[in-house]
Design a protein around this ligand. Structure first.
Ligand SMILES: *[C@@H]1O[C@H](CO)[C@@H](O)[C@H](O)[C@H]1NC(C)=O
Ligand SMILES: *[C@@H]1O[C@H](CO)[C@@H](O)[C@H](O)[C@H]1NC(C)=O
Ligand SMILES: *[C@@H]1O[C@H](CO)[C@@H](O)[C@H](O)[C@H]1NC(C)=O
Ligand SMILES: *[C@@H]1O[C@H](CO)[C@@H](O)[C@H](O)[C@H]1NC(C)=O
Ligand SMILES: *[C@@H]1O[C@H](CO)[C@@H](O)[C@H](O)[C@H]1NC(C)=O
Length: 413
């Protein structure tokens, strides 16, 4: 502000002198800076220049000085410093520029534009050099990290940059990071720090982790680590008993968790391995990094297809098996009477007919027995379970009660 005012005064003085038609004495109009020297925040590798505007320089000279090192960089248009990245230009009038190309960290500091009056006049500007973050490759930190389940893993991410970068971790799929110590478990979306200590790691924590370094200087950088957790296979069979009518197709399913991926096989109870073909369609669907579903479709069931099937999964850490019993779905034995038709004596059948696939429609005929009408709730829940297993979506009932007979069949009384 002060120099601007001075410059303005100088202009006014000059105007009066001109209007009065007089030549000012040299000593009355000293060199004046027209603007402040800029401050620059510049990213390493970029180019930048300081601009110094001086009026009434007369025979004085403009010099550029790096104040902190007291090094004279240039005088007028003559370079003094032996630095190929520095240069000066003069526009032939009142503007001098100091250019710095490919800015380096040691270029930061105070720059001075100086005029050799006595006492000298000068202006200073500051250059701050910033560096975008970078992630250093730490030797022996592979991008792929592997631990046994319940083991520990330490993920490290060392970042450089100016200002000092902030390092955060998150899971690539957005799930929370689980942090355990002796007596607590904490789940957090992001974790701040150069080291991520995953203790007693579980299979659910398998997947990609990102460390992201940022310091306000674009671009931020990230590094991906794939965390692999290894364990013995596990098999879950949700339908251990599957009933299907002759001639239909049936789907048997096993749910497998395994890492590394297991070798999966289907067996009959006689130990014979099943091969994919016309009769048996074998497929697997991946659920996540370590879980998948095994499907075995058996086509056009005939009598010899009923029996026990085993799915097996084996990896370097062990083996798991699950078995499914496939039985003929046909008739349930039902005894009973209909309340409206007097005391019943006869046995009847509880027929289930597959009319349409894949959604099957069951025709259920039930006759109620005279004497046992007190187990409605029990029957109702069992019938529901049965129908649910068979994927029957709705049913109507009257008044039933249920007993299991000696052969495991369902008797409605
Ligand atoms: C440059 O920075 C200094 C110190 O922070 C400040 O006093 C000065 O006004 C700044 N110059 C400009 C042109 O903003
Ligand atoms: C500044 O750093 C650059 C690049 O690292 C180097 O070439 C140069 O010699 C350094 N200059 C000074 C004055 O230290
Ligand atoms: C994940 O962590 C955040 C806190 O960072 C928490 O608010 C949220 O409930 C957690 N989500 C789950 C599913 O644990
Ligand atoms: C198995 O079934 C799938 C889907 O139902 C089908 O795409 C595939 O071609 C079948 N494979 C064989 C060998 O029949
Ligand atoms: C396995 O069966 C399930 C349930 O019917 C089905 O959603 C899935 O697509 C099947 N997968 C394959 C590969 O056949």
């Amino acid at each position: 502000m002060a120099s601007r005012n001075l410059a303005l005064c100088a202009l006014i003085v000059a105007f009066f002198h001109v209007s009065l038609g007089q030549t000012p004495p040299k000593s009355e109009v000293l060199p004046e800076f027209l603007a402040l020297l800029e401050n620059h925040t510049v990213t390493q590798g970029r180019d930048v220049s300081f601009t110094c505007v001086v009026n009434h320089l007369q025979s004085y000279k403009v010099a550029w000085i790096k104040s902190d090192s007291r090094a004279i960089l240039a005088i007028h248009t003559h370079m003094v410093a032996h630095n190929p990245r520095l240069s000066v230009t003069h526009n032939g009038h009142n503007t001098w520029k100091l250019h710095v190309t490919n800015v380096q960290p040691n270029d930061s500091g105070t720059y001075m534009c100086q005029v050799n009056t006595d006492p000298m006049r000068s202006q200073t500007g500051y250059m701050k050099v910033v560096i975008p973050p970078d992630i250093m490759d730490l030797d022996n930190t592979a991008d792929m990290l592997t631990a046994r389940e319940n083991g520990d893993l330490l993920l490290r991410c060392r970042a450089t940059g100016n200002p000092e970068p902030l390092v955060i971790w998150r899971r690539e799929d957005g799930r929370n990071i689980t942090l355990r110590n002796e007596n607590s478990v904490k789940r957090t979306r992001t974790f701040e720090g150069e080291q991520l200590d995953l203790r007693a790691i579980q299979r659910q924590e398998m997947g990609s982790y990102l460390c992201i370094a940022s310091n306000g200087v674009p671009p931020s950088v990230s590094k991906r680590y794939y965390v692999n957790v290894r364990f013995k296979p596990l098999i879950k069979v949700s339908n251990q008993l599957v009933a299907a009518p002759v001639d239909s197709d049936v789907l048997l399913q096993c749910y497998v968790e395994s890492s590394p991926k297991a070798l999966n096989t289907w067996y009959r109870n006689n130990g014979i391995k099943l091969l994919a073909g016309e009769k048996h369609n074998i497929s697997e669907v991946t659920i996540n990094d370590y879980a998948y579903q095994l499907n075995l479709t058996i086509r056009r069931l005939d009598k010899s297809d009923f029996g026990t099937y085993t799915c097996s999964a084996e990896n370097a850490f062990g083996k798991a098996e699950g078995s499914i019993r496939l039985q003929v779905e046909n008739l349930f034995r039902v005894s009973g009477r209909s309340p409206g038709t007097g005391p019943g004596t006869s046995s009847s059948t509880f027929r289930t007919d597959a009319i349409k696939r894949p959604k099957r429609c069951y025709v259920i005929r039930i006759m109620l027995h005279h004497s046992h009408c007190d187990r409605l709730d029990d029957f109702n829940s069992q019938l529901k379970q049965t129908l649910f297993r068979e994927r029957v979506e709705s049913y109507n009932y009257n008044e039933f009660s249920l007993l299991k007979d000696a052969h495991g069949g369902i008797t409605i009384v």
